[in-house]
Design a protein around this ligand. Structure first.
Ligand code: SF4
Length: 447
């Protein structure tokens, strides 16, 4: 049987998982599917897939697996079965971490020794590196060494360009949350975006990260397409950090000239995720978790993932992040993945992060992440102070933001608009570049 027919048959065989009306609609669509479906027909099937994946979150579901393979195959993508939510939630991160940090030091030392080969670690092995008995300096040195062996001595510089702070979500930890009345709201129009970009371009930057609060009306795909297309001729690389889009949405941005998507899960702990993303678009756990794959399916090859340290048990979050990264690499061997571990910074929200992360813990997490995922890039933003950023450079950071502003228009157009968080490194791009050189590394102005 042709693989596509086999996949359709597999979906049809699992339709019992759906409510009868939905099952019947999907059955009819599949029965009428032409040999070369139009994009609109593919979108329809994609929408079914999204609904099915969201409703089956965390459960074993043959329908999810077969729908996923079918939608990939209809778009000409062939790959192994996907199980994102379950692949990650299967890692019992809190237990693993507890066992490893209380386990024998000799075991942790063995894992560190093995990590020197630069092939990376599974989450369960990475847990051992969180053992407090391991010397932190030794860990940091190993991380730096392995990272340089894989990535060379270059460190990319980039800057975020905020398009909008008019958010329809209410995340407890974020200055942009809808109910924060202290924020001066602003969405840049296209000419303002170009002016902002020009002021960054003059400083030598060639890699831009477009950031926007979640607002599918003000920041819709058409607006994003226009902005990306207008910027692209003058920028070597443009990535976006936005609320999740569909495959079609990402495809439109890729056609306009975007090359990557940054999307942090913030927390992989499902219960905490629901608690901190109180309402609004961001509280769809699975939609967010599957976003990197939708972006990759659309042809955007540069992906950034991360967790916001402080809102949940950080060691467990790190292990889930490692599990997620390894999972993505297994399915998309050519992806260019980077990870980031932003620490919560106090905002004008009154939120008190329940798991503050000390500098020492943070360095241990960073070094562990480098050794577990040496093939991935490691991004450090201006949330961290200069001294910490310099330590992280030596421990394998591969990309730094510089001279960042976290409000729309903050570089030149609208300095008065509200910022997402207070930055901690106020050095100029040239000063950051100099500090990279002082660490015997080479700053580059692209990804
Ligand atoms: S984290 Fe994002 S979605 Fe949540 S309030 Fe802030 S900008 Fe909006």
């Amino acid at each position: 049987m042709h693989p596509r027919e086999a996949l359709i048959e597999a979906v049809q065989g699992s339709l019992g998982e759906l409510p009868p009306r939905m099952a019947s609609r999907l059955k009819t669509i599949l029965a009428r599917l032409p040999q070369n479906p139009e994009p609109a027909e593919l979108d329809k099937i994609d929408r079914f897939r999204s609904i099915i994946m969201s409703s089956a979150a965390g459960k074993d579901s043959p329908l999810v697996d077969s729908m996923d393979l079918l939608t990939a195959s209809l778009r000409g993508i062939h790959r192994a079965a996907r199980k994102p939510a379950r692949a990650i939630s299967k890692i019992d991160a809190p237990d693993l971490m507890e066992a490893a940090i209380q386990g024998p030091l000799a075991e942790a030392e063995q894992v560190l020794e093995a990590a020197h080969d630069g092939t990376g670690l599974k989450a369960e092995d990475a847990a051992c590196l969180l053992h407090s008995g391991l010397d932190l300096e030794e860990l940091l040195q190993a991380a730096g060494k392995v990272s340089r062996r894989v990535h060379g001595r270059t460190v990319g510089l980039y800057a975020p360009l905020y398009l909008s702070n008019e958010c329809v979500s209410n995340c407890v930890y974020c200055g942009f949350q809808m109910q924060n009345k202290q924020v001066v709201r602003r969405t840049l129009d296209e000419s303002e975006v170009l002016r902002e970009a020009t002021s960054l371009r003059k400083k030598g930057l060639r890699h831009l990260l477009l950031v926007a609060a979640e607002n599918p009306i003000l920041v819709d795909v058409a607006y994003l397409q226009r902005v990306v297309a207008a910027l692209r001729p003058r920028w070597e690389a443009i990535d976006v950090e936005l609320g999740p889009l569909s495959v079609e949405g990402y495809r439109a941005l890729e056609k306009a000239g975007a090359g990557g998507v940054t999307i942090y899960q913030e927390t992989y702990e499902r219960k905490v995720f629901q608690d901190v993303h109180r309402y609004g678009l961001k509280n769809r756990y699975d939609t967010r978790l599957e976003t990197p794959e939708r972006a990759l399916d659309a042809g955007l090859g540069r992906i950034g993932i991360g967790v916001l340290l402080g809102i949940s048990e950080p060691g467990a979050e790190l292990l889930w992040l490692i599990g997620h990264a390894n999972y993505l690499r297994e399915r998309y061997p050519n992806l260019q993945l980077s990870i980031s571990l932003p620490r919560f910074r106090p905002e004008s929200t009154g939120y008190d992060a329940p798991y503050p992360v000390s500098d020492e813990q943070f360095l241990r997490y960073a070094a562990t992440a480098r050794l577990a995922l040496p093939w991935a890039g490691f991004v450090v933003s201006t949330r961290e102070e200069p001294a910490m950023r310099e330590r992280l450079l030596r421990a394998g950071a591969t990309r730094l933001s510089a001279e960042s502003s976290t409000n729309p228009g903050g570089y030149s157009v609208a300095p008065e608009s509200g910022q997402q968080f207070e930055i901690a490194d106020h050095r100029s791009i040239d000063e950051v570049a100099l500090s990279i050189e002082k660490a015997d590394l080479r700053p580059i102005w692209s990804p």
